[in-house]
Write a protein that binds this ligand. Structure first.
Ligand SMILES: Cc1cc2nc3c(=O)[nH]c(=O)nc-3n(C[C@H](O)[C@H](O)[C@H](O)COP(=O)(O)O)c2cc1C
Length: 342
């Protein structure tokens, strides 16, 4: 673990996007050579088999998870690192966000690390290799831990036709996912967040629900989660949550990155420590509305084991890490899991 922490710190001195790429590929090499097992002495993600035919991710089914800690969307956009991330001991991984057609995302530089604030600013813009490529990687994976797949729309699909992109991706990933996350909250695809407005949301959700009902006749029931922005007002959150409940969507992921910041690197979504308290506040608000009717996956600013516990105490059923993992490396996962009782 010491060696992994050492490399995590070394990578901090490289440009952000390059260092993420090198770190993930280093992890992959360490996994395939067996070195990772020696370095972490952790489980290989296969110790407890997750039943793929569970009816849904109800609160009870979460109990089948090896633990409540997961990797958030965006770290492994194309599902290329599932086995090595699973080897770190997490209970689940959310891959994506993928879009129907491969796209390059926004011009570089588009990812910035602020070591003093322990934050990341990103304006990647759904760079991904397309949903078909992700599906190939899902088929190849060895790990049996639950996989959520985050789906989105291509940058040039107008919002009026966005549902077609979501339905297309759903159909492709459905039978290979343990849950599907509908990303309508990334700030880096122009007007994407407008999909959570009343004007679009109900229509989009109903179409997604209809597709889920249809697909679940041929395959197992795969729960749908909606990922929410932390920048919604309380009134907007109330409307979104009520719509989610009314339309029988299975769960909520709260939250994505925030655009309310004054980061010196300009526009984009901010994550990490500065997001932590805001995300927890929104989590508590959402929990008060939905109660135990649907599960909530918490995301936003989990930088330590105590941040993780705060999310659980605030009502989260599962918790995800991203920026904390970038800053602390595999040690963060080890620290959190050390104290976890499920
Ligand atoms: C570089 C980067 C890329 C991200 N890409 C995605 C993405 O593709 N889809 C998504 O739903 N969230 C994405 N996120 C948001 C994370 O999943 C997470 O919700 C957010 O960063 C807050 O958690 P954190 O503070 O632990 O990082 C991304 C975050 C970062 C930092």
């Amino acid at each position: 673990m010491f060696l992994l922490s050492f490399f995590t710190r070394i990578f901090h001195y490289l440009p952000s996007e390059l260092s993420h790429f090198l770190a993930l590929n280093g992890l992959k090499v360490a996994y395939s050579t067996g070195l990772l097992k020696i370095l972490t002495k952790s489980s290989d993600g296969k110790t407890k088999k997750i039943s793929k035919d569970s009816k849904n991710l109800s609160l009870n089914n979460f109990k089948n998870y090896k633990n409540k800690l997961g990797i958030a969307a965006g770290l492994d956009k194309d599902g290329e690192y599932i086995d090595c991330l699973a080897a770190l001991g997490v209970g689940f991984i959310e891959v994506g966000t993928v879009t129907p057609v491969k796209q390059a995302g926004n011009p570089k530089p588009r990812l910035f690390r602020n070591r003093k604030d322990k934050s990341l600013l990103n304006r990647l813009g759904f760079n991904n290799k397309g949903v078909e490529s992700l599906v190939e990687n899902l088929k190849k994976r060895n790990s049996t831990i639950p996989i959520g797949v985050s789906i989105g729309k291509n940058f040039d699909t107008p919002n009026e036709h966005a549902y077609q992109d979501y339905l297309f991706c759903m159909e492709k990933v459905y039978q290979y996912s343990n849950y599907i996350a509908i990303n309508i909250s990334s700030p880096n695809t122009t007007e994407l967040r407008e999909l959570s407005n009343k004007e679009f949301l109900k229509d989009l959700i109903l179409k997604i629900k209809e597709k889920q009902n249809l697909l679940s006749k041929s395959f197992n029931y795969v729960p749908i989660f909606i990922k929410i922005s932390p920048d919604e007002t309380k009134q907007e959150l109330e409307e979104i949550c009520n719509c989610i409940i009314d339309c029988q969507i299975d769960g909520i992921i709260s939250s994505n990155t925030t655009i309310n910041h004054a980061d010196k690197n300009g526009y984009g979504g901010l994550s990490g420590l500065p997001l932590r308290d805001k995300a927890t506040e929104k989590l508590i608000f959402i929990k008060n509305i939905v109660g135990n009717r649907i599960p909530i996956i918490a995301s936003g600013g989990v930088m330590s084991a105590s941040d993780y516990l705060d999310k659980i105490n605030a009502g989260a059923d599962l918790v995800q890490v991203y920026t904390g993992f970038i800053f602390e490396g595999p040690k963060l996962i080890k620290d959190i899991l050390k104290n976890e009782l499920i």
